[in-house]
Design a protein around this ligand. Structure first.
Ligand SMILES: C[S@@+](CC[C@H](N)C(=O)[O-])C[C@H]1O[C@@H](n2cnc3c(N)ncnc32)[C@H](O)[C@@H]1O
Length: 477
């Protein structure tokens, strides 16, 4: 029996492991591009299916299969597939070291929260399995606890493991004695994290039999010894809030060993490695023009004051959802950012974004300079590197409807019942509070908007319905 049999671990869909995200990471770094139409996706150590079930639910052409050594976790995953009627999701209780999954056939292989938490023999077996399972152009995602950032958390884990008392009360008592110096503030943050996390997370992160962190360079070496080439990190542009691409450029980083500088500066604790077979096609990383041509641009950068003047004559201050401040002067760039904010979470291809922005200016009687598009192109790439705009490889067709009576899929209702957040077709999580989730769980097409308004605050009901429509979560009655 592993730790996961005795304490249920409640999973959450992992946005970084989403196939669209992996394909884009590989595109940016010149790695292989799996064909995602009809993709086959394998998850090793899939837990209760939190990551796989939404993939099967939101992309009916995908076939997902999860393996896990915990019978209990596989039972939960199978219950989820049954509740949401997902015939394209299967699960099997297997130890990864003795897996029977088909070789050479998986476009995407995911192992999240597994590598650090198993013994060294199984760690090697995980790399071997990822290699043998991958299709020739496939991509693997393997996350692991990263050094040096995780070392402070590891120290707290050791202290807890050695103590006779492992509850959050002991963490509270320790916190009362932590000093105000540099070590104290770092330690306090980690003690608070351990105290405030969910009980099941504390058991698995801090008290599990195995939990080891690695330097990214060592991981890359061990993966290479098993035929897997490191492509990049699935959070290559998001270093836990730091603009990663900007750091990489200013530190002149060009290989995985040098990436360790970023991990040192960023106090990074988790790595999300994207790997491919070492004989898969690799090309030079595309330049900005090629990336921009392929990308779907999305993001919310909002004006900091009103009225917002579109005219070129005035520089306006704007702020991204993540808090990046910018000044924008060109009218085409301003109109493009307003349009992106209006349509979020949808996005636009670059040429379409220019068309929309020109239309907005035309409606305001404004003209653009012939070369204004250059400011937009350079600005988009700069803002992406600063972590203020998203570039994506795929834009799933989302229905964008708001039926009355409101109806979401059986899967969304299931997710609203069992998890603290709801997944979207884009692979981005939509956190909702418990009362909103309880309402979503009832959206089976049996109550009209009028019925719902009678039971709750009208504005709130409207906002929730709007939100779900924007994220493409409604289905036709
Ligand atoms: C932290 S959980 C992560 C679950 C899931 N990937 C997620 O992100 O929610 C680690 C999972 O790995 C599974 N696991 C541990 N050792 C395993 C092994 N030898 N073979 C297969 N699964 C294993 C555990 O049962 C557990 O469900």
């Amino acid at each position: 029996m592993n730790d996961y049999e005795s304490t249920r671990y409640l999973g959450l869909p992992i946005a970084a492991a989403h196939p669209f995200r992996l394909a884009w990471t590989s595109r940016v770094h010149g790695g292989p591009q799996p064909d995602l139409i009809g993709a086959r996706i394998l998850e090793i150590g899939c837990g209760d299916g939190a990551t796989l079930l939404p993939l099967a639910a939101h992309q009916s052409s995908w076939r997902v299969h999860g393996i896990d050594a915990s019978r209990q976790a596989i039972g939960f995953a199978q219950d989820g597939a049954l509740a949401a009627n997902l015939a394209n999701a299967t699960f099997a209780c297997e130890d990864l070291a003795a897996s029977t999954v088909e070789a050479d056939s998986w476009d995407i292989v995911i192992a999240h929260g597994v590598y650090s938490w198993i013994d060294p023999e199984r760690r090697a077996a995980l790399l071997r399995l990822a290699y043998s399972a991958l299709a020739p152009n496939g991509l693997a995602y393997i996350s692991f606890n990263a050094l040096p950032g995780w070392s402070v958390r590891g120290t707290v884990r050791h202290a807890l493991l050695h103590s006779h008392e492992q509850s959050h009360e002991v963490l509270d008592r320790m916190l009362a004695h932590v000093g105000a110096d540099a070590w104290g503030s770092l330690l306090a943050a980690e003690l608070r994290r351990a105290r405030d996390c969910r009980d099941d997370y504390r058991v698995h992160e801090y008290l599990s039999a195995h939990n080891e962190a690695f330097w990214v360079g060592d991981f890359v070496r061990d993966a290479a010894a098993n035929g897997l080439r490191w492509i990049g990190d699935a959070q290559f542009d998001l270093n836990e809030g730091r603009p990663y691409e900007q750091l990489r450029a200013s530190l002149g980083i060009a290989n995985p060993r040098a990436e360790e500088m970023i991990d040192l500066i960023g106090y990074r604790q988790l790595r999300c490695a994207v790997l491919a077979r070492d004989n898969s096609p690799i090309s030079a990383a595309p330049d900005d023009a090629a990336l921009l041509h392929d990308a779907i641009i999305a993001g919310v950068i909002a004006p900091l004051r009103q009225p917002f003047i579109l005219d070129d004559a005035i520089a306006e201050s704007m702020r991204s959802a993540g808090g990046v401040d910018i000044d924008v002067q060109g009218s085409l760039a301003k109109a493009a950012l307003l349009e992106l904010a209006r349509i979020y979470p949808s996005g636009l291809r670059y040429e379409d974004l220019l068309d929309h922005a020109r239309r907005i200016l035309h409606e305001h009687g404004l003209h653009t300079q012939a070369d204004a598009h250059r400011e937009v192109a350079e600005g988009v790439m700069r803002l992406w590197r600063a972590g203020a705009l998203e570039l994506r490889s795929h834009m799933p067709v989302v229905a964008g409807i708001r039926p009355n009576p409101p109806k979401v899929s059986a899967f969304t209702r299931y997710e609203a019942t069992v998890r603290p957040a709801i997944s979207s077709p884009l692979g981005i999580l939509l956190p909702l509070d418990a009362s909103d989730r309880a309402m979503v769980a009832q959206f089976d097409g049996s109550q009209t908007e009028f019925d719902l308004r009678k039971t709750g605050d009208e504005t709130h009901v409207d906002e929730l319905l709007d939100l779900l429509a924007r994220w493409g979560l409604f289905v036709a009655n």
